[in-house]
Design a protein around this ligand. Structure first.
Ligand code: SF4
Length: 384
């Protein structure tokens, strides 16, 4: 086997922009440290500082809109290693939600880079190849940049993207291939990265490395934990959509079909999903089908709902409010609607969920267990 030659500087700069690609670490050649060297070596302090910043950046409420401080000034090696270090750090945090959030923010950042006009088509093609899609851009009838993708590949890549614009029915199909504008191709590449990172994270850290990191990064971990929403993750077991009341199922299904849902309906669904323990990524995902879906706005508004009252979060509207707003679906021809038959017994959608989980029918006291809705709050996916 031949010894690999030095990686050209231009190639290393590309890996610094896309440090998650296979080959990024080997682009450092003999300078590539082991994880334990990266955790403790004095020469890697800049990489570690940037790695911490990457994670803290992801834990901010409007993370996708804020660039990591100092990343542009660091040398290529530090930028590549900062990503590896952030992956180690995020694996130290409890649960899977912080890792998922970090992965989502890195994927959003990739999407922003790829849609930036200063990123050349050659660079997009190189990145796509690194993520497993060999593609060359073409020119459309009006000279616009297009990215062809075989239908079979599109069907594999597109399912995680629930937005209306990605549905197969809206795609022009020619000779078994779909042509995507740059921004939609970038979206698919972002999803591809997200899937890759979610498969990889959290990392299984060897005991020696974990102890070293826990000891060296104690101040960082304290800060990161303080930034985690108070109720990150499920509160009482996994979320079970089979136990959602008819009103919430109808809202969720309507959004998935691309139907317009008004402010109160969006607020009701987001606050309900939060209260039953869905993590923020899952809540944002529930809104992806909305015709006016905007990821940054949705993420911000979901955060507002979750952080209300010191992290307690807003309570969804009670049944009476849902009925007045025309959002109640107790008339639905569905055996599940039987629990709602008498609104004097069931006064709150959260009690429906609790009763179904406990396998009990709602009691007369059920309506007193959950509070009412605020007069007005942010509703996800609604542009301000
Ligand atoms: S009665 Fe309450 S829980 Fe049942 S569908 Fe109507 S609003 Fe929802």
């Amino acid at each position: 086997m031949g010894v690999p030659g030095p990686v050209p500087v231009a190639r290393r700069a590309l890996y610094a922009r896309y440090p998650f690609l296979p080959g990024a670490q080997s682009a450092l050649g003999g300078l590539s440290p082991t994880s334990i060297e990266l955790a403790g070596g004095p020469v890697h302090e800049i990489a570690r500082a940037l790695g911490r910043e990457r994670v803290l950046w992801a834990l901010r409420p409007s993370a996708a809109e804020t660039p990591v401080q100092g990343i542009g000034q660091a040398d290529d090696g530090a930028r590549i290693l900062s990503f590896q270090y952030a992956a180690l750090l995020v694996s130290l945090l409890p649960g899977t939600a912080p890792a998922r959030r970090w992965a989502r923010v890195e994927a959003s950042a990739l999407e922003a880079t790829l849609t930036d006009p200063s990123t050349s088509p050659e660079e997009v093609a190189w990145l796509a190849e690194g993520l497993g899609e060999e593609v060359a851009p073409e020119r459309g009838p009006r000279g616009e940049e297009q990215w062809p993708m075989p239908l079979a590949r599109y069907l594999t890549w597109a399912p995680p993207v629930k937005e209306r614009a990605f549905r197969l029915v809206h795609q022009p199909l020619r000779h078994g291939s779909i042509s995507l504008p740059r921004e939609r191709f970038a979206r698919l590449l972002g999803e591809r990265l997200l899937e890759t990172l979610e498969d990889r994270l959290p990392l299984a850290l060897e005991p020696g490395l974990k102890e070293t990191l826990l000891s060296l990064e104690a101040p960082f971990l304290r800060e990161a934990l303080a930034r985690l929403p108070a109720r990150e993750g499920p509160r009482s077991g996994p979320v079970d959509p089979g136990r959602f009341p008819p009103c919430m199922s109808a809202l969720k299904e309507g959004l998935a079909r691309g139907e317009h849902v008004g402010h109160l309906g969006r607020f009701a669904l987001a606050s309900f999903l939060h209260k039953v323990g869905m993590d923020p990524e899952g809540i944002v995902d529930a809104f992806r089908g909305a015709p006016d879906f905007n990821e940054a706005i949705t993420r911000y508004q979901v955060d507002q709902i979750r952080r209300h009252d010191g992290g307690e979060g807003y309570t969804p509207p009670e049944c009476a409010t849902m009925i007045t707003a025309g959002l109640c679906r107790r008339e639905r021809d569905d055996s599940r609607a039987r629990l709602c038959a008498d609104p004097t017994l069931l006064r709150h959608p959260l009690n429906y969920y609790r009763r179904r989980r406990e396998g009990r029918r709602p009691s007369p006291a059920a309506g007193k267990e959950a509070g009412g809705a605020p007069a007005r709050s942010a509703a996800p996916g609604t542009p301000p």
